[in-house]
Design a protein around this ligand. Structure first.
Ligand code: NAP
Length: 281
């Protein structure tokens, strides 16, 4: 039997139509004001520039504005903190996205944590992570939150399932594991020092690949009937999981591309609209 395709592109498009209506309604009741997402790009990494452009385009598609801040690769931590402070204090800005990664001389964690909680629509602050982990209101980190929304859309059962997350980065693996735990999965987190990764992957009812290495997780490790979520994207259109043989082995899977990626941007935009609604009324 062929697996259910968890079509992030389709879900994102459907949500964008709903967001457009929400932005229109907000404009109508706030003298034409729209939510504004400030994007900060530091340096000239072409992939980061592309991601920021895609996020700006997504804002346009739902009728909201974005404010593109571009800083040179020589930017210091202090200069970036000053820019974030300025955006925190700008009442017209409802969300702040600091594109990861920043040049290595910058203390990225300090800069993420300088973002005001109510404008942390990409879910990158320690405070937001802690609140999410405790079940308190906070914007979820965009990629794992997008994955949770996709699982919810397709009514994938999470409670009581064994979820195995491969990767423990602050913006993906760690928040992913906490979100699955919040939904009552039994969660195993794997990383570079994990022993017997194939044996642990084989236990997964829900598998999330967030390793950053092309097709690192092999299809033969995966249990028949597992739900497979691949957060990776690499040149040649492959992810972190060897997906092709899983099409007839998994019960559901996210395609690459068109699975997790569109949901990440969509979640950022959705949370920006929410922030705009809170602020503009
Ligand atoms: P990252 O910061 O490089 O983290 C990679 C994680 O994989 C680390 O926790 C690392 O463990 C673990 N790892 C590395 N080698 C391993 C091994 N041999 N066995 C088990 N675990 C291993 O990457 P990331 O930012 O989380 O991104 C992960 C993937 O998601 C990438 O492919 C990236 O392109 C993709 N991504 C996609 C989106 C999207 O919007 N679609 C957004 C962000 C990221 P240690 O902690 O022990 O080093």
């Amino acid at each position: 039997m062929s697996a259910l395709v968890l079509d992030g592109k389709a879900v994102a498009q459907q949500t964008e139509a709903e967001l457009r209506e929400r932005v229109d309604a907000l404009k109508a009741r706030s003298d034409g004001k729209t939510p504004i997402l400030a994007t900060i790009l530091v340096g000239d990494d072409p992939a980061s520039a592309t991601y920021v452009r895609m996020k700006g385009n997504a804002c346009k598609r739902v009728g909201m504005e974005s404010l593109a801040v571009e800083l040179p690769s020589s930017t210091t931590t202090e200069q970036l903190l000053a820019k974030i402070d300025e955006l925190n204090n700008n009442p017209d800005v409802h969300g702040i996205l600091l594109q990861h990664p920043v040049p290595e001389q910058i203390d990225e964690r300090a800069c993420f944590d300088a973002i005001a909680l109510e404008k942390d629509v990409d879910g990158v602050t320690c405070l937001g992570f802690g609140r999410m982990a405790m079940g308190e209101p906070a914007y979820g980190c965009a990629t794992p939150q997008g994955i949770m929304r996709l699982l919810e859309h397709y009514q994938i059962e999470i409670e009581g399932k064994h979820a195995v997350v491969v990767g423990r980065s602050p913006i993906l693996g760690k928040p992913m594991a906490m979100m699955l735990l919040q939904k009552n999965a039994t969660v195993t987190i794997c990383h570079s020092r994990t022993r017997d990764l194939p044996g642990l992957v084989a236990q997964a009812d829900i598998l999330v690949g967030a390793v950053g290495r092309p097709e690192f997780i092999k299809a033969e490790w995966v249990k028949p009937g597992a739900v497979v979520v691949d957060a990776g994207y690499h040149p040649g259109g492959v992810g972190d999981i060897e997906l092709a043989p899983l099409v007839n082995k998994a019960s559901a899977y996210t395609p690459v591309p068109g699975g997790v990626g569109p949901m990440t941007i969509n979640t950022l935009i959705m949370q920006s609209v929410e922030s705009g609604e809170k602020s503009l009324g």
